[in-house]
Design a protein around this ligand. Structure first.
Ligand code: GCB
Length: 606
């Protein structure tokens, strides 16, 4: 169990969440002198930087953009004396990839893993009613023992540089919101929910973990504010008459309010929006509330101009409007859990989310995307002496992700790895541990999967039996037989699909990636690779194949929008497989997809 509560920060009668977003002092440790110069007591910089944001794209100096090592952030904050007597925390939405936190020069916490929140308990260290100096060392080096995987080299001029084993830019820094929290000493710590639908009625099963003892009561209210259910005690059921179900693209959210009391006195109160819905896999179908669904949508990234991977609330809103416009109903949080606001939006908009842990790059290759497509690679990634250390970080991220995201109705499945080397015999015991932890932690026992690259073929993948549905990343017509050879790509794709069919897995398949790089500037007839016309041709070919297999129950194109990657021969200032540009304007393929997705019913192929 995690040592701190992952509950989303709220303000209530007994809780205070103060945002520390805004300008922080900033300094990069180019000379690696922060220790000697004692930066933990003060970084002595007048450079101000916005939080949340990636630090990279603000500056004009390449040495800053490509900086690898320790980035220091600092802010002076008054901890209100009204917080005295409560438990007081600093909550970081994400610090990529690892952080050490100091308060008034004293080390108060540290964390490894760059895409999930962590809390630092400062109850005993804060100076109440006075200014406190928060100093954070954020390190962005990549290793093979933490996810996402990569390595860090040293250039001849002494600078470090990261070599990601994945295809997105290694943006870093304080990329999500920071809060100062006060939570009562005896408090609500965690909430588990699961649902049962009986005709028109529903049962919400719950279990509440607390810190310290107290009496628990729950009130469920509908969207009009009417009471829909009441319960007492740490564990039990709320019976909901005439329940409004959370449905795909037609969400209904109830408000669950939890109170913890000692006699008449209120110790703690916490409210959250929940959706009543069930998720199940039955044979080749994915069922939401017992009815089959077909997933239409995207693999995405948190990626936008200037703020990089920093949470961008404006881009988020635009993305949801575009996804609704195009007729999508789902997305995968490739290749890491996103900012919590995005799940709250998906809950409200009725999108289905495949929530992915940052386990990407578990396949040693610097041109992973290319090697994955051609079947090259295979160096026994899970057979290294360091594998147990990697597994530990992976399990930690799975625990944090599920604990954070389990109560979102939008989250319908867990993606536990992206394109791992599942051909290595030693991947099996590794995967078993990851899959079984996900099962144990999820009160709803949602389906689990991992996204498979081409090496993970029907005959070579050793782990697909662990997936509740099969997720395929396939680039027929791009990495495999592109351009004029597309006719052969289609044949090869069909022959792979026949092999899957012959395995009789009796599971749904989803394409979690497919697509073609396309420059929004390029038009050409007849088409050539990289032109908008070619992207459309690839999609038409792939859709034909998807449509001819009944067990294909979803398509999430790669990618929603063009996104930043490491520079190199294979990328034109980023990955251009977007259906939208990085500025969120449509390419031609957006209109093709809109026509298709608007015509496919939710229960397509049921
Ligand atoms: C993949 C990866 C994704 C890449 C994509 C590509 O298989 O999962 O991260 O960006 O291919 O475009 O090459």
């Amino acid at each position: 169990m995690l040592s701190y509560s992952m509950l989303y920060p709220v303000n209530s009668d007994r809780r205070t969440s103060l945002s520390l977003d805004g300008l922080w002092r900033f300094r990069l440790d180019f000379e690696q002198v922060s220790g000697k110069e004692n930066w933990k007591c003060g970084i002595k910089s007048d450079d101000l930087i916005p939080v949340p944001a990636s630090f990279q794209d603000f500056y004009t100096d390449k040495k800053i953009r490509e900086f690898t090592g320790d980035a220091w952030y600092e802010k002076d904050v008054t901890v209100p004396s009204s917080m005295k007597g409560s438990d007081v925390f600093l909550r970081f939405g994400a610090a990529t990839h690892r952080a050490e936190v100091y308060l008034n020069g004293e080390k108060v916490g540290e964390n490894e893993g760059g895409f999930l929140p962590f809390l630092v308990d400062i109850t005993e260290h804060a100076r109440y009613g006075e200014q406190n100096k928060i100093t954070v060392r954020v390190n962005n080096e990549l290793t093979e023992t933490n996810i996402p995987c990569g390595r860090t080299i040293t250039l001849s001029d002494g600078r470090k540089m990261t070599k990601p084993y994945f295809d997105f830019y290694n943006y870093s820094g304080l990329q999500r919101s920071v809060y100062l929290l006060s939570v009562p000493k005896r408090s609500i710590f965690d909430v588990d929910l699961s649902y049962e639908i009986n005709g028109r009625d529903a049962v919400v099963r719950y279990s509440i973990k607390t810190k310290g003892e107290g009496d628990i009561s729950l009130t469920l209210k509908d969207e009009e504010g009417n009471i829909a259910g009441l319960a007492n005690g740490k564990e039990g059921c709320l019976s909901v008459k005439d329940a409004h179900l959370w449905q795909v693209r037609s969400a209904y959210l109830y408000t669950l309010s939890i109170e913890m009391r000692d006699g008449d006195s209120l110790l703690d109160d916490y409210s959250m929006e929940i959706g009543i819905r069930t998720v199940e896999i039955k044979g080749e179908n994915i069922l939401i509330n017992g009815s089959p669904v077909y997933l239409k949508g995207f693999g995405k990234h948190e990626d936008s101009d200037i703020v990089g991977r920093g949470f961008n609330i404006g881009a988020m809103k635009r993305d949801f409007e575009l996804m609704k416009w195009i007729g999508a109903n789902s997305f995968r949080t490739s290749h890491y859990p996103y900012d919590e606001t995005i799940y709250r939006m998906a809950d409200r908009e009725g999108f289905m989310v495949i929530d992915e842990v940052p386990a990407v790059g578990l396949f040693e290759s610097l041109v992973n995307f290319l090697d994955a497509g051609t079947g090259k690679g295979a160096k026994s990634f899970f057979s290294k002496p360091t594998t147990p250390v990697l597994l530990k970080s992976h399990l930690k991220a799975v625990e944090e992700m599920i604990t954070r995201d389990k109560n979102h109705p939008s989250v319908i499945a867990w993606s536990l790895l992206n394109e791992p080397e599942s051909t290595d015999p030693n991947s099996v015991p590794y995967f078993e541990k990851v899959f079984s932890l996900a099962h144990d932690l999820d009160p709803e026992k949602r389906p689990r999967t991992f996204a498979m690259e081409s090496n993970s073929s029907p005959s070579r993948c050793r782990c697909h039996h662990l997936s509740d549905f099969i997720s395929l990343n396939r680039y027929y017509g791009w990495y495999i037989l592109g351009g004029n050879e597309i006719v052969d790509a289609e044949k090869k794709f069909i022959s792979e699909m026949e092999e899957w069919k012959n395995l009789n897995l009796n599971k749904p398949f989803i394409f979690t990636e497919y697509g073609a790089d396309t420059l929004s500037s390029e038009h050409k007839i007849p088409s050539v690779m990289w032109s908008q016309e070619y992207q459309d041709e690839v999609l038409q070919m792939l859709h034909r194949v998807f449509d001819s297999y009944g067990f294909v129950k979803g398509e999430q194109i790669w990618n929603f929008a063009d996104f930043q990657t490491t520079e190199g021969l294979m990328r034109v200032n980023g990955n251009k497989k977007g259906v939208f540009t990085r500025q969120r304007q449509p390419k031609d393929s957006a209109f093709l997809l809109k026509k298709r997705w608007e015509s496919l019913p939710l229960n397509y192929k049921a």
